[in-house]
Design a protein around this ligand. Structure first.
Ligand code: GRF
Length: 297
């Protein structure tokens, strides 16, 4: 039962335990507070007592869990949980298209983010397109259970598609899955598997990747994460940076769209260089995505 709930909520085991504890602590403090407040009314039993008790529980419960979720570090999860709950109860959906000047808004382009790491780029991209008039992040595709990006998806209410290597590499099951979300454009942000033909054919010039070096240097199979920065420092490079490029059938070889540079200082370690490169990614990636989708690049 716990496993099924954990998968439904798309949480790592640590977050799941914290969320579960929040429900438990929030729920019991709500019961305790409710009873304390009822003693002030002087009532001890009877229909009115129970009606009042239920009303108090309904009002106090969301308040208690949201307060407890803050020190538990689970505020994002509970904010979305309560939002969804109120949508179910009151029948309002934040996903429904909103009328504008009497008509419905133009169809948005749907972006799928493929990410299997911490998801700091995914977070920036989601923030950038929040409220955007014509582009929205509609799906996060991930191949790593427990990846940080799954928590980011949950916090931001973005649906997740978990994928398996065998099905990804053979056939077009996941291409079909993406069409259910009407995906127009794919962004790889920390996704390490090579793109199979089915995806390349379905998204020609509609799929881009970010790489943490100045390609063509320090790219290719096995060049990811700190390995890139270690290699840059070992080679005595004076400059590193980021490359945003179209995706083709070979690792990191698609046509370049954008590069930005940073210095590599004598004192840099792979970690300090990684921070400089991440800062460049966070500064430029979302804007470049927007420019590519809008045909400005
Ligand atoms: C980034 O450094 C990106 O260049 C590479 O994967 C990393 C993802 O980082 N392709 P994060 O998960 O977005 O923090």
């Amino acid at each position: 039962m716990f496993k099924r709930l954990k998968e439904k909520w798309k949480l790592s085991w640590t977050s799941f335990v914290l969320v579960f504890s929040t429900f438990a602590i929030g729920g019991s403090s709500c019961g305790y507070l409710g009873r304390k407040l009822l003693t002030l009314t002087g009532l001890e039993s009877g229909v009115f007592y129970y009606v009042l008790y239920i009303v108090l529980m309904c009002l106090l419960w969301p308040l208690c869990v949201i307060i407890v979720s803050i020190p538990m570090g689970q505020f994002g999860f509970f904010r979305n949980y309560l939002r969804k709950m109120s949508q179910t109860i009151f029948g309002v959906s934040s996903k429904a298209p909103k009328p504008q000047n009497g008509s419905f808004s133009v169809k948005k382009r749907n972006l799928a983010l493929f990410a299997s790491g911490a998801g700091s780029n995914a977070q920036k991209i989601i923030e950038h397109f929040e409220g955007h008039p014509s582009i929205r992040v509609s799906l996060i595709v991930c191949n790593k259970p427990g990846a940080g990006v799954l928590q980011i998806a949950a916090n931001n209410d973005v649906p997740v598609l978990m994928i398996e290597k065998k099905d990804f590499e053979h056939g077009n099951m996941y291409v079909k899955e993406l069409s259910k979300y009407e995906i127009d454009f794919i962004v790889l942000a920390g996704f390490l598997w090579k793109m199979p033909e089915a995806f390349l054919n379905a998204f020609p010039r509609h799929m881009i990747n970010i790489h943490p070096s100045l390609l063509p240097k320090f790219g290719g199979k096995g060049m990811y994460g700190s390995r890139v920065h270690e290699a840059v420092i070992a080679a005595g490079e004076k400059e590193s940076g980021i490359t945003i490029h179209y995706v083709n059938a070979h690792y990191d070889e698609g046509e370049h769209l954008f590069q930005a540079t940073c210095t590599v200082d004598a004192t840099d370690t792979p970690d300090t260089l990684a921070s400089k490169v991440h800062a460049l990614e966070h500064l430029h990636f979302a804007r470049v995505i927007e420019d590519v989708i809008e045909g400005k690049l």
